[in-house]
Design a protein around this ligand. Structure first.
Ligand SMILES: *Cc1c(COP(=O)(O)O)cnc(C)c1O
Length: 433
């Protein structure tokens, strides 16, 4: 499979190049030249396949030839070594729990798969690959965990001092080994600026083998299609049409679902559930895309005013909003509605959700109110409620128990290197590493 840039259809690159580059030279996003379809035989046996088995079949369609089958088998087995169960809350109402990975958020799927594929391509490289990541919290911890102890790769995480939560900071700074955390005396924007400047610094790029692990990498998108197949495989009533509600920020998760559908997965509708950041909803209603500045909400991993994967969604539908509307329904919800939904889900089903997952639930309910009918209704749980224990406690009045793996990292010593926000300090640091 070759990959093209959303800015220039003509110049194509291999999976390896798309993965190691992240962003195309013309600053477009990489997309597969075609979405491969899966044979009827695959769908006939879907219910008997495990998540790693599904992942291998799906990934192989995109990666064929670039990674040997036996190596790809190992990559999916090692990166998907945790469950993604579909939990039935009521007759046709289900929640897909995507938070059973090491950092308790769905970003583990993508980060782990990307880490293992990058490691495959650099195994015989002369130089260590240095992965630079600027983070405001969650992406950094998934990336750090995904790359932890991966041979041939060093990860340098930049995070803004005093601006991430305690849990997030512990997740970023307690791994050690090949993970280096830099505590930058500045904002998230400063961290991002330092990383960008490093990538455009010719001298640095001659000396070092640098790449990024940001959310637009195509290798983060492919694994986000696997669990949609796995969810359909677990549907309690296989005869009902399936709808998925996806709590969305940069739209990577939803794009993974759209790819699964284009590969042949029967999905009646996707619901793009947003918080108050409603750029996509406005586009969906009017056909006009207009980025906005970001609003701060309770579901902060979805606080995005210019979703980076919007270009990919548009590309999948040849930029026709009417076709997008056939597959996707859009909705946006306030923090007040989000809290009420957390309470409602707890009262009705004794099930605790974090604010992101509550937004997905709201999207589902909104869709069914407008289009009543029988469906397997699935909303995606993207984070474990223990990651948002304060707001959960405030809303439902009881404590969420903390999973063991979160507990362990909270007790380990923080190891971060403090650094100013001047570029020359960061560059010196990289050159001495
Ligand atoms: C990143 C994130 C999202 C948003 O996912 P996108 O792929 O950016 O749309 C939703 N929920 C949680 C918990 C996240 O960390």
């Amino acid at each position: 499979m070759q990959f093209y840039s959303t800015n220039h259809r003509s110049r194509q690159v291999s999976f390896r190049e798309a993965l190691l580059k992240g962003l195309a030279d013309d600053h477009g996003l990489f997309m597969p030249v075609e979405i491969p379809s899966l044979p009827a035989k695959f769908f006939a046996q879907l219910r008997s396949l495990s998540l790693p088995e599904i992942a291998f079949i799906v990934a192989e369609k995109f990666i064929n030839q670039d990674i040997a089958n036996s190596a790809l088998q190992k990559i999916v087995a090692e990166s998907l070594n945790f469950a993604a169960p579909l939990i039935q809350l009521d007759d046709d109402l289900c929640v897909l729990e995507l938070f059973h990975g090491p950092t308790l958020a769905f970003k583990d799927f993508a980060a782990r798969f990307m880490a293992k594929t990058m490691s495959y391509f650099v195994q015989n490289a002369e130089r260590e690959l240095k992965v630079l990541v600027a983070t405001s919290g969650d992406t950094g911890s998934a990336v750090a965990n995904g790359f932890f102890n991966v041979p041939g790769i060093r990860v340098i995480i930049l995070y803004p001092q005093g601006k991430v939560s305690r849990i997030q900071e512990q997740q970023l700074t307690t791994l050690d080994g090949n993970i280096t955390a830099l505590e930058i005396a500045g904002t998230f924007d400063d961290c991002q600026r330092l990383v960008k400047q490093a990538f455009s610094d010719n001298e640095l790029n001659r000396t070092l083998f640098l790449t990024s692990a940001n959310s637009i990498n195509i290798a983060r998108l492919i694994p986000q299609s696997f669990y949609y197949f796995h969810a359909v495989a677990q549907a309690p009533n296989p005869n009902l049409p399936v709808i998925f509600s996806v709590p969305s920020g940069n739209f990577g998760n939803l794009t993974g679902g759209l790819i699964a559908k284009k590969m042949g997965l029967p999905v009646a509708k996707f619901i793009a559930a947003n918080n108050a950041n409603d750029v996509f909803l406005n586009y969906w209603r009017t056909g006009i895309y207009q980025a906005k500045s970001t609003l701060t909400t309770l579901s902060n991993a979805m606080d995005v005013g210019n979703p980076s994967n919007f270009a990919r969604v548009a590309e999948l539908y040849q930029h026709h909003v009417s076709e997008i509307r056939q597959d996707i329904y859009a909705a946006s919800f306030s923090d007040e509605q989000t809290k009420l939904a957390m309470k409602e889900i707890f009262d009705q089903y004794q099930y605790i959700v974090d604010p992101h997952t509550a937004v997905a639930y709201l999207g589902l309910i909104d869709y069914v109110r407008h289009y009543p009918g029988r469906y397997t209704k699935i909303f995606l749980a993207t984070a474990h409620p223990a990651k948002f224990s304060e707001i959960v406690k405030e809303v439902i009045g009881s404590e969420v128990s903390m999973p063991e793996r979160l507990h362990t990292c909270l007790n380990r010593p923080k190891q971060a290197i403090p650094l100013g926000k001047e570029y020359h300090d960061f560059k010196d640091f990289l050159l001495k590493l």
